[in-house]
Design a protein around this ligand. Structure first.
Ligand code: UDX
Length: 435
């Protein structure tokens, strides 16, 4: 079986590499010629653990190749996956121009027995509309939908060991082709859900919106904890033991970011209205998450007596989450920019050494490790929960700072660690510790 994947972003590249790891012959296609040239040299454009090794292994085995020529790429493919971006438009709806652009370009070159599978996250009804678009233009091409559930920083693991595969299909042909493509997972007894196009499309949005809502819920519980003396980490643990709730995605923080939750909650909130349905829970999740960034700014300003002018602030972590270099919709963007605008002297250490971050925070200084970043600091602020920050020697940090004030927006330390550290410790969802 030969697979073509259009789009070599976080989803397309990981999917293409993993399908080649399954043993299929895979060609990854992108209209960004320089990106394709880099990929041909084995250079991975995204920060994804182990992706480079897996990519090179399959390139060397002759199973994985790259091209910017979409006609060449799809010609012999039995399945063509579309994994291009569907970014938010200013009104919150999904921009489908890249999807339709790819379909328009590849349709004349697909072989007649191949199927087209949309993997990009698209509003309900899009797959059927693409099918109609093809028919209106004289192409009788079978179209299916196969959402991804890849977390950045864990994408290979999520592809190779998913909780489930969801396949929106309308023919035996599509079912058989996709069963073959995912056979290595099928034999591992990973549930494969064959369903209709609209159900598959909505399942993707419903999953992301629910996860975003779950995070927002625990962040709102954290607000109450701060005022009633409860400990949100213990509340999260206590409720997470209920199998109906589950322990995951109950980590407090500055609110969710990234390329998916913000985009997908906005798109769901938008297109549900097109079907005459409002989704107030999704709408409130978006509002609450947006407001949380302001609340985090107020928390930092509050412990700085609402004056950060000329204060040396050490920021630990700026990416939207750990194990990525991705800054898309990271809460740090508005938080750090507010501090810069109010005269703070910002020094940043992020373990990903994100180039995106350096372009965003042009007026900040940068360090190569957390300890140097805290030398002479008036305030230390933890924005991202990188594992290495949990292992920091707080006593060493205490000796380096000018003023022992630690604002931990991910509440990564235990209350006892904080008390023993000698820092004045301000976290999320727990009492303020005077130090
Ligand atoms: C998400 C979904 O998890 C994935 O299934 C989907 O395919 C793409 O979108 P991703 O955006 O890569 O993946 O990251 P994720 O790990 O879900 O975190 C998203 C945001 O939520 C991050 O800002 C993270 O810091 C935040 N988060 C996550 C929390 O604040 N608390 C948590 O407990 C978990």
């Amino acid at each position: 079986m030969k697979i073509a994947v259009v789009g070599t972003g976080y989803v397309g590249l990981v999917s293409g590499v993993c399908f080649s790891e399954f043993g299929f012959s895979v060609i990854c296609i992108d209209n960004n010629v320089s990106k394709i040239e880099d990929l041909k040299k084995g250079v991975v454009p995204i920060y994804e653990n182990e992706l480079d090794k897996l990519m090179l292994k399959n390139m060397n085995a002759g199973r994985l190749s790259f091209t910017s020529d979409i006609a060449e790429g799809v010609r012999d493919a039995d399945i063509v996956f579309i994994a291009v971006g569907t970014p938010s438009k200013t009104d919150g709806s999904a921009d489908l121009s890249y999807v339709y652009g790819a379909v328009d370009e590849l349709a004349p070159h697909m072989n007649k027995n191949a199927i087209l599978v949309i993997k990009s996250t698209v509003p309900v009804g899009t797959t059927r509309a693409v099918k109609q678009f093809l028919q209106d233009n004289g192409f009788d091409i079978e179209v299916a939908f196969n959402p991804e559930f890849l977390r950045e920083g864990a994408a290979i693991e999520d592809f190779m060991r998913p909780d489930r595969i969801i396949l929106g299909i309308e023919s035996k042909k599509a079912e058989d082709a996709l069963k073959r493509a995912y056979r290595p997972l099928f034999v591992l007894s990973i549930p494969i859900v064959f369903t209709g196009l609209e159900t598959a499309e909505l399942s993707k949005y419903a999953a992301n919106a629910f996860l975003a809502m779950k995070i927002t819920f625990i962040n709102e519980v954290a607000n109450l904890c701060e005022n009633c003396g409860a400990d949100v980490k213990e509340v999260a643990y206590a409720i997470g033991l209920d199998k109906r709730i589950g322990e995951q995605f109950l980590q407090v923080g500055p609110g969710y970011g990234g390329s998916c939750f913000p985009k997908d909650t906005s798109a769901l909130n938008d297109f549900s209205k097109n079907f005459g349905v409002s989704m107030p829970l999704v709408e409130e999740t978006i509002k609450s998450n947006d407001a949380r960034r302001i609340k985090m700014i107020q928390k930092i300003m509050g412990v700085c007596d609402n004056d950060v002018k000329n204060k040396n602030i050490s920021i630990l972590g700026v990416t939207f989450k750990a194990n990525t270099d991705d800054m898309r919709d990271s809460p740090s963007i508005c938080i750090v920019n507010h501090l810069l605008k109010n005269g703070a002297k910002i020094k940043i250490y992020d373990p990903s050494f994100s180039e995106q971050a350096k372009k965003i925070f042009k007026d900040a200084e940068w360090s190569n490790n957390a300890y140097d970043n805290c030398n002479g600091a008036d305030v230390v602020v933890i924005l991202t929960d990188w594992a290495e920050f949990r292992a920091i020697n707080l006593a060493d940090l205490r000796r380096r700072v000018k003023n022992p004030l630690l604002v931990d927006l991910r509440s990564i330390y235990t209350v006892n660690e904080a008390k023993a550290s000698g820092f004045v410790y301000c976290s999320v969802g727990r009492p303020f510790i005077e130090g």
